[in-house]
Design a protein around this ligand. Structure first.
Ligand code: HEM
Length: 234
């Protein structure tokens, strides 16, 4: 049987809008850059050679901040797309699966190769919870990052945000704790990224669909028999 006969190439599912895809790859690149520059800021191993005008540490921090503000902007946009656009309807529908014990059991069983993964929304319940946790990490990195930022720049945006960020800083237990939380967030990403890449490839093979392609083209392909079952479920 040819590939065209086995897969739903005529009616693939439209899963991610162009905005969602651009924001996914923007954040993937920006977070990688933040981890690299953050690692250096935490342990500045390169020192200016004999002259203070080289300001090596300052340059790493400058790039960290540029990437940090891109992360904040893309995080805000992504939250907007999730809640307010029609294209994210499949993502929002996943909440039904999170609230259904039956869906949790089906997903966990399917991970142990018992039965198929049937779901109402785009994500399985565990997947939805994980992606939400990753979004919370973005918010945490952004807020703690801004607190650290207002202590470096006292004019412009830094001055404007200073009083409100100081309040959050006190809630969090002081500047040392804020810096510690900011650092721990990086480890959250270092654990998430390899697991995420592994599971995307695993899911494409296990459930025979376009798990990887979907973030490039926006469209997902399923085996024809799976597509028929999915349509019955809706
Ligand atoms: C995934 C996102 C991020 C990661 C992984 C990350 C990582 C890090 C790490 C590891 C440090 C060093 C902490 C230490 O000294 O132990 C750091 C410092 C810092 N980060 Fe981030 N960061 C992220 C996002 C942000 C954002 C959104 C901002 C705000 C715009 C920001 C602003 C800062 C500032 C101001 C510092 C302190 C720089 C200094 O002390 O010279 N970060 N970051």
């Amino acid at each position: 049987m040819g590939q065209e006969e086995k897969y739903t190439s005529d009616h693939p599912d439209f899963v991610y809008s162009v905005g969602n895809r651009i924001l996914h790859w923007t954040r993937a690149l920006v977070i990688t850059g933040l981890i690299i520059t953050g690692f250096y800021i935490a342990n500045p191993f390169l020192t200016p050679e004999g002259s203070s005008d080289k300001l090596v540490y300052g340059q790493w921090t400058q790039w960290h901040l540029i990437l940090g503000f891109i992360l904040i902007a893309s995080g805000i946009l992504r939250i907007y797309l999730f809640f307010f656009t029609k294209d994210s309807e499949g993502e929002r529908r996943s909440l039904k699966d999170v609230l259904s014990i039956k869906s949790w059991i089906t997903q966990l069983k399917s991970y142990f190769f018992i039965g198929e993964l049937r779901k109402k929304g785009l994500y399985g319940p565990l997947q939805f919870i994980t992606y939400s946790a990753i979004m919370i990490l973005v918010i945490l990195a952004s807020v703690t990052g801004l607190i650290l930022y207002v202590h470096m720049y006292h004019q412009g945006l830094g001055g404007w945000l200073y009083d409100s960020m100081r309040v959050v800083e006190v809630w969090m237990g002081g500047l040392a704790t804020v810096r510690y939380i900011h650092h721990i967030v990086m480890w959250g990403y270092l654990i998430f990224i390899p697991v995420h890449i592994y599971l995307v490839i695993w899911s494409a093979i296990r459930f025979k669909h376009g798990a990887m392609d979907v973030m490039f083209t926006g469209y997902d392909y399923h085996l024809k028999k799976e597509q028929e079952k999915k349509e019955d479920d809706r």
